[in-house]
Design a protein around this ligand. Structure first.
Ligand code: FES
Length: 112
């Protein structure tokens, strides 16, 4: 695990919402599922839309552009038109802050 990076206050991500943050050059979507905050790459694997601008339903986030749905737990693409999974990131909440491991679970499939 890489050193964790403080990216937001936990209170910035209310339950059932997503917040876009920058982790270096990488956009990350933080998603609060019943008080647990998950982190996935913010860039949709279909056509690069920002997922944090979409809709959260339990542990899924829907892309606002063409409606692909992803699991925020493991990054899997659950509905078309996306077919490729998102990178995910390990999250810890400590003293009201959200800390993210900058090492992704996998590369973003649209990165060169
Ligand atoms: S850009 Fe996300 S579904 Fe097309």
């Amino acid at each position: 695990m890489s050193p964790l990076v403080d990216v937001a206050a936990s209170s910035d991500v209310p339950q059932g919402t997503a917040l876009r943050v920058e982790l270096g050059d990488t956009p990350i979507a933080l998603v609060n599922v019943d008080g647990d905050i998950h982190a996935v790459h913010d860039t949709c694997t279909h056509a690069r839309e920002s997922l944090a601008a979409g809709w959260v339903d339990d542990d899924r986030i829907e892309c606002p552009r063409h409606g692909a749905v992803f699991s925020v737990r493991d990054g899997s693409a659950l509905t078309p038109p996306a077919t490729l999974p998102l990178p995910t990131y390990t999250v810890e909440q400590r003293d009201g802050r959200v800390l993210v491991d900058p090492m992704p679970s996998r590369p973003h499939p649209l990165d060169p």
